[in-house]
Design a protein around this ligand. Sequence first.
Ligand SMILES: Cc1ncc(COP(=O)(O)O)c(C=O)c1O
Length: 386
Amino acid sequence: MGKKLVTKIIHTGSSPEKNSGSINMPVYKNSTLIFNNYNTFLKAKKNKFDLPYYGRINTNTTSNLAKIISTLYKSKFTVLTSSGLSAITLTLKTFLKKNDEVLITENCYEPVFNFAQSELSKFGVKVRYFSNNCKNLENLIKKNTKLIYVESPGSLNYEVIDLKKISSLAKDRKIISIIDNTWSTFLGCNPLIYGFDVVIESATKYISGHSDNFLGIVTTKSKLMYDSIKKTTVRYGDFVSSESCYSAFNGLKTLKIRIENHSKNAFEIFNFLKSKKIVNNIKYLPDQGNKNYKLWKKYYSLSNGLITFSIIKKGLIEKFIDNLEVFKIGFSWGGYESLILPLNNLKPTKKLTTNNKYWFRIHVGLEDVSDLKKDLEKAMDIYEAQ
Ligand SMILES: Cc1ncc(COP(=O)(O)O)c(C=O)c1O
């Protein structure tokens, strides 16, 4: 009987019958793995990615989590990496070589932009950026365009891209399509269904969910692509610990209820922000007035805790941000706690003009939402009274 995705999340990867009744996945901690005899050693050497060979390449725990992710994404093959960023950079490095061109969405996560500008260019790869409305995209495609890389929704401005449009254009032109799906996780959207070749997720965020872990996911239906990406990660010495995979395994079990609660709290905070006169811009996908709302609804079934907004300039912004008690200043969203981050841009290609406003991204956590509102209200009052 085909089980629903949420049931699969709870049970996939648990083998109590093999693990003395443990419902949880055992944590194998190995650098060296021992071979019974010469023949087993030779066999493992030939099948390094599938058989126990060396702890940096796989342990029982890391391969178990990779299999779980492949089941949840219905992808077949998954490479795990040391962080979300290394998942992106190592995948790009796998497919791009000197004189190739790559197209990247201009709303990508800033470290991806930095990698493209300084590292890819060093290897002789030409990078072009395109906007989420895909205007001009066809004109940007050249004979040597090898790859289209998309982040959707963008993690600061939540711009959404038409997934089918991108993947079919890429297929027509024999270009590899890759997407960073961190905003929604596999629960909110599976871009493989819409034809993407490779999906990347930073499991550091919602999957791990407790602000204590780094982990990257690269998943695909293609054995060829999997082999190439895995080879790159091995050659560069990228490493994933079993403990890290265990944290993600643990996080997965409560992913759905956590995301639902982040979303519920965020919706209330959105309504609160809307009611404040000093807030003059709000970027939030479940807002029906958001210009990405329709496209988001078409492809995504869940929201999350992210909201970006601006505050009218009225003196020292420290009076607002330093008077918050519950919202803490910090980067890595997706954990249980509420965060606020001052922004310089909403896309790395374009600095924000901050003459008349300050911009922030908040991640709405799992606290009682009345405390979150009170926190913002108090800090805004102090800011306005200065
Ligand atoms: C959209 C997106 N992708 C990738 C990353 C990188 O993830 P990590 O922090 O695990 O390297 C981030 C981190 O903020 C992100 O927001």
